[in-house]
Design a protein around this ligand. Structure first.
Ligand SMILES: [Zn+2]
Length: 381
């Protein structure tokens, strides 16, 4: 059956027309409108005015598009006849529903299938999973690799990657004569990896198994130790990582690997230092929104690179007139990836206590940066 719609129809009018034609009550029934662009294409949904205009646009450009003469108005009795036909043709209606269900089942995206599989308890999504078995499914290759690295570390052996591609992950023990082997392949078109074959027994020597742990990469160790960096007060140095990895997991690792692991762990928690610089403008904006009357200034070297930043909170600016009129300046170098210097201006309040007035972050301690800081102090106070 066919219906006529105005070429300026919107979503609601389309819903109304369809509900009348199908003789359903929109208050109690949820109507989903879908169409197919071509055979074997997944159905497209119409959910708003934009979708309706897109659909009409598409139809108008189609070679078999039928236009009703605008002068020719459909007579009331034609409407009646159509309505009666619809009532008679209940089978037709069920055909439409069946077809819609068929399309929905047939063309659901693979990604959707993967998503629904995640709800399946059998798919391993947690990289802290400790047991490996033949037949296990993993959310994707990254999870599988991470679980296997940890597994090797915990079970004191090392593996060699024989083949690693989009479809396969094939490992053997580091000792070529050893029987330990694992073969995992991708499940169909999904991202899921399944362990197809696993020989869990080793017959290699302990010498091979206890030499330097190659699975202890900075990203694996970084994942282990990242919880240590959630508390800013705890100092956890590369030497501590070396000691803990040796005592807790029996891993011998180099200092440079421990240092890299520390950097990776901090990046996992706080992101890359490089990216933090791009947050400065929004940080300053929020600082002024949250503390109206504050004075902030960002100085750039060129359009895209950071030079200086200055901030004095409204509370400090207001309090300044009650302070002893002497300002003390000091600076300290920073140990982050990009170095720099933090300079501060302090005064003494009426109670004789140190009162912070302003902060600034500059590239180096030199005449230019101090002068810039002094000038901003004059602007602010
Ligand atoms: Zn082995």
């Amino acid at each position: 059956m066919g219906i006529l719609v105005k070429d300026d129809s919107d979503y609601n009018s389309l819903l109304e027309i369809l509900s009348k034609q199908l003789n359903i009550n929109l208050m109690s029934t949820c109507l989903e409108i879908k169409y197919q662009v071509k055979n074997n294409y997944p159905p497209m949904k119409i959910t708003d005015n934009g979708n309706v205009s897109f659909y009409l646009e598409l139809k108008m450009n189609a070679p078999d598009y039928t236009i009703q003469d605008k002068n020719q108005q459909m007579h009331q009795d034609q409407h009646m006849r159509l309505a009666q036909q619809v009532k008679k043709g209940k089978e037709q209606l069920s055909d439409v529903i069946n077809y819609a269900t068929f399309l929905n089942n047939e063309f659901t995206h693979d990604e959707d299938k993967v998503e629904s599989n995640f709800k399946d308890d059998n798919v391993i999504t947690d990289t802290r999973h400790r047991e490996i078995k033949e037949g296990q499914s993993y959310k994707n290759k990254t999870v599988l690799k991470s679980v296997l690295s940890s597994f090797a570390i915990h079970n004191h052996f090392q593996f060699k990657v024989r083949r690693s591609c989009e479809r396969q992950y094939f490992l053997s023990c580091l000792d070529t004569n050893c029987t330990w082997k694992l073969n995992a392949t991708r499940k169909g078109t999904s991202q899921i990896f399944i362990i197809r074959k696993l020989n869990i027994n080793h017959n290699c020597s302990m010498v091979v198994r206890t030499s330097d742990q190659r699975q202890a990469t900075s990203s694996v160790i970084g994942g282990y130790i990242k919880s240590k960096y959630t508390n800013l007060k705890i100092v956890y140095k590369p030497a501590d990582i070396l000691r803990d990895m040796r005592d807790d997991h029996g891993i011998k690792m180099s200092y440079s690997n421990a240092y890299r692991s520390k950097v990776v762990a901090q990046e996992m928690l706080r992101g890359k230092p490089y990216d933090s610089f791009s947050l400065i403008p929004s940080y300053l904006y929020m600082l002024v929104v949250a503390n109206p009357g504050s004075f902030v200034k960002l100085e750039l070297k060129d359009a895209n690179s950071f030079l200086y930043i200055f901030m004095a909170l409204n509370a400090s600016i207001k309090e300044w007139e009650f302070c002893i009129p002497v300002i003390a300046f000091d600076g300290t170098f920073l140990t982050s990836a990009y170095g720099g210097m933090l300079s501060t201006a302090c005064a003494q309040d009426g109670n004789g206590k140190i009162f912070p007035l302003a902060f600034s972050l500059v590239d180096f301690e030199n005449d230019e940066s101090w002068e810039w800081f002094m000038r901003r102090i004059r602007d602010a106070f």
